[in-house]
Structure formats: C-alpha cells, structure tokens
Ligand binder design. Structure first.
Ligand code: 4AD
Ligand code: MG
Length: 459
C-alpha cells in the first residue's frame, strides 16, 4: 500500500503493509520509532516497533536512508501531527544504508550541495514535492489541450533545420571526431549524409500538422547550446508548443493566457500540500503570485509602448533602452513587476530581432515589426514566446532572402504556403520556467531531476 492512501484512511485497519525509505529512526527504552516515506506524498508514516514484538528483530541494521518493508496494524496515533501510525508486527530490511556515509542527514542541505547528489535529492521533501508537482502539471497541460480538441503530436528530436536561427544547436553525428574531415563533403560519411542537430523547438514540424489537423500541440524535450550560465537557462528543457490554424496573434495571446491560468488552477488543486511547502520555506510571496496568475487578467502592451514605459521609468538599466533592442530580464521584470504588477504580454516586436517565420506586420516604414508575442511573468521574466506565422509565400521568401538563409532545405516549409496556406499561430512555453513560477524556485537546476548546463553532465 502507498503511504498517501494509508494516511487518508477513515478507519483503523489490520494487516497493512508499506515499503519505503527511512527518514529518521529514534529509539526509546521499550520501542523504536521509524519515519518512513515512499514518495507518494510529503508526509511520512510513523512506524512503532515494540521491543517485545517479533518485528524488533528486523530493526537491527535499520538506519536513515535504508529501504524497509513493514507490516502491521494501522492505529490512531496518540502523537501530535499525524492521525495514523503503524504498529509493526513484522519489519524487513530491504536495502541497508550506512548511516556514517549516507549524504542526506536530518539537517537542511543547501540547494548547491543537493545538486551534487541529484541521484539522492528526490528523497528530500523539497525535491520529492517538486517531482510530484511536475507530474501533476504535465497531466494538467494535456488536460487543457484535450478539453479543447487539440491533437497531441510528436515532433522529431533529431532535425535538419534550425527553427530559431540562433545557431545554438547540438550536432548529431556518427562521425569519429578524431578522424580527418572531408572538407568538400563534410557529411558524406555521416549517418544522415547531411548536417543533423537536436531540435531547439518542435514548431517547424508542428506547423504542417496544424495545417492538416487545425489545432495541435507538442510537449517534448528541446536542446539549446546557449553558453549562458544563468539560473533560467538549461541546455535540455521541456517545451509545450501549441500550433493553431486559422488563428491570429490575438487568438494566440488569448490561448496563452488561458493556458497559464487554467494549468495553475489545476495544479493548485491537485498539489495543495506539496505547494504549501514552497510557500512556507521557499518564497513567502507565492500565494500572491498564484492569485496574480489565476485571478487577474494579464496586461497587454505593444513593444513600442513597452519601450516608452522603460524610457520614462527614470531607471538606470544595465542594458540601455532604445527602440530595436531585445528586452533583457531587467526590463521584463520592471514592466511586469513594477509597472503592471501582474503578468504581461508584449507583442509586435521589431522584425530585426525575431526569427524568419514570424508574420511581418503591415506597419512598414522605419520601424517594421512582426506579429510576435512574449508572456512575461513576475521574477521569471519570459515564460512564453510565440507568434503568428508568415503564411504569405512572397513575404516569407523575401524575408528568408533578407536573412541570407538557404531556402532549399526549407522547401517543405515553403510548400505549406503553396498548397492551402492559412493564417496560423502558436507559442512555446518552457515547462521548467513555468515550474519555477509556480514554486518560487529560483534556479532552473532545481526544477528538473537531472539538469544539463554548460560543463555539467554528471548523471
Ligand atoms: O522564445 P523561444 O525561443 O520560442 C521558440 O522556440 C518558438 N519556436 C516557440 C513556438 O512558437 N512554438 O522559446 C520558448 C520558451 C521561452 O519563452 C522559455 O520559456 C523557454 O522556451 N526557453 C528555455 N527554457 C529553459 N532553458 C532555455 N535555455 C530556454 N530557452 C527557451
Ligand atoms: Mg523567446
């Protein structure tokens, strides 16, 4: 039986059985207490082993960290803090742990230390809770789209195209890197016979599926070789990417806002106990953030307005503000936290700072923009990036030309504009960024079980 279901029992029970890991052991004269956790919930169950019970025999080598199996009776607990406990009739040591060298002792450990033992940290309250929240949030994402009739599609991990054009791709090859390279045909002997990379986004391949199935989404791993060692960037992260045919930028923003709100509400409901831990120990402001995400309409302003607000803020930003810059985290945080005091969607960004696929607005002139939108959240900054896609063949070709892109590998992408093209839009939400927002955890390395960042690939 799992500990969460035992702890929510409504009546005592005979012959219960649990398996889990010992969090603490305390010995009194006539009995011992074990606190056992099996990851099904935050709470441990207390197991009492009387000195005269047959279970006492099994206790000998049981210490913090050991895996055990206990059988006994579920009885009302006279102690404070828990309703039920188990009086053991049998106790088996499944796997011992040396109490001298087991790295997780009772005291609180720093996040930095816990990252060095990522294989053991899921056994702490905080990381156990995080993994359960991550799981519930994943299901809530699927529920959200399923309710709306979206088709869940799987876009490839290995790809021949660079969606974001930022050159942050991880190469995929079977060539021996020590062997000499054929300069004329560097990929001739390679597995695919051409350059291949890990995907930075499923978008380009989601578009053909949306232009057949209307509303689709992907939820999968993405990879970016950004050499930025920030608390918000990981080299491997999970992205949720809806793509919708017959939808413009406004419809895209509406979906993004509803998405964040409804998934947050669902997780608040299904993970109340686990989230409470973060509100108590990680970020006291969390309940206010949750209210902001679920109760308030998001603010919306164009990039032009955002630049005005920043220029008139009277603040000295590290990165100076002028029309045409890409917004930095400090700018995003000012707009969101100080100016709007709620999540904010900025739209219509300068064409020059955005990828080739974004739809060119009809504003022409000296300051051309594209139909892009970013959702900015308190503390986290950018959590969603999306756009309406360029569906006009001539405009797209011209844009690729301007960017000096070789259009040949994108023949299939251009084909979509040739046969039954339609306005369409979509966005990507970094799942880890969303978890950071929900839990107040400030480092992306602490919301994914085995983080990948520059020079770190231990596990
Ligand atoms: O803004 P981005 O680059 O947008 C795209 O990739 C589009 N193709 C998505 C689309 O329209 N389908 O990335 C989307 C989101 C960001 O807003 C951020 O939340 C997250 O992905 N993200 C990262 N998360 C963690 N580590 C990184 N290195 C990230 N890079 C982007
Ligand atoms: Mg972006």
């Amino acid at each position: 039986m799992r500990i969460n279901s035992l702890l929510s029992s409504t009546a005592p029970a005979r012959d219960v059985e649990i398996r889990g890991w010992v969090r603490t052991r305390r010995d009194a004269k006539d009995f011992s207490f074990l606190e056992i956790n099996d990851g099904s919930c935050l709470a441990n169950i207390q197991v009492i082993v009387d000195a005269d019970s047959p279970a006492f025999e099994g206790l000998r080598d049981v210490a913090t960290g050991a895996a055990v199996q206990a059988k006994g009776e579920l009885v009302e607990s006279p102690g404070k803090g828990q309703r039920w406990e188990i009086r053991a009739t049998d106790l088996q040591l499944v796997g011992p742990a040396d109490s001298e060298t087991y790295p997780l002792q009772k005291k609180r450990h720093s996040d930095e230390f816990l990252r060095t033992i990522a294989h053991l940290r899921p056994r702490t309250n905080k990381y156990g809770a995080l993994m359960r929240i991550r799981s519930e949030a994943s299901f809530a994402v699927h529920d959200f789209f399923r309710k709306r009739g979206f088709v869940y599609v799987h876009t490839p991990i290995i790809t021949g195209s660079d969606c974001e054009g930022a050159g942050e791709m991880f190469r995929v090859t079977t060539l021996d890197h020590a062997a000499p390279v054929d300069q004329a045909e560097p990929h001739a002997g390679d597995f695919f016979g051409k350059e291949a990379n890990l995907t930075v986004s499923g978008q380009l391949e989601a578009e053909p599926l949306a232009l057949a199935l209307t509303d689709v989404y992907t939820f999968g791993p993405t990879f970016r070789a950004e050499n930025s060692n920030t608390p918000r960037h990981a080299a491997e992260f999970w992205m949720i990417e809806p793509e919708m045919a017959f939808t413009d930028l406004i419809g895209n923003m509406d979906l993004a806002e509803a998405f964040i709100r409804e998934v947050t509400i669902a997780v608040l409901e299904s993970c109340a106990n686990d989230l409470d831990l973060f509100a108590r120990f990680v970020d006291k402001e969390l309940p206010a953030t949750w209210d902001m995400l679920t109760q308030k309409e998001f603010a919306r302003m164009s990039y032009n307005e955002a630049i005005n607000v920043l220029e008139n803020s009277g603040k000295n930003f590290e990165f100076p503000v002028s029309w045409g810059i890409d917004l930095q985290t400090e700018h995003e945080r000012h707009l969101c936290e100080e100016y709007c005091k709620r999540p904010l969607i900025v739209y219509d960004y300068p064409k020059t700072i955005k990828p080739f696929y974004m739809r060119v607005n009809n504003d022409g002139g000296e300051r051309p923009t594209v139909a892009a939108m970013d959702v900015l959240a308190p503390r986290t900054g950018e959590i969603i990036g999306g756009s309406q896609r360029e569906e006009r063949m001539d405009v797209l070709e011209q844009r690729m030309d301007e960017l000096d892109m070789d259009a040949r590998p994108y023949w299939w992408y251009l084909d979509l504009r040739r046969f039954g093209s339609a306005p369409h839009s979509g966005f990507g939400m970094g799942f880890e960024r969303f978890l950071m927002l929900l839990t107040g955890v400030s480092n992306i390395r602490d919301v994914i079980a085995f983080p990948r960042t520059p020079k770190h690939l231990e596990f």
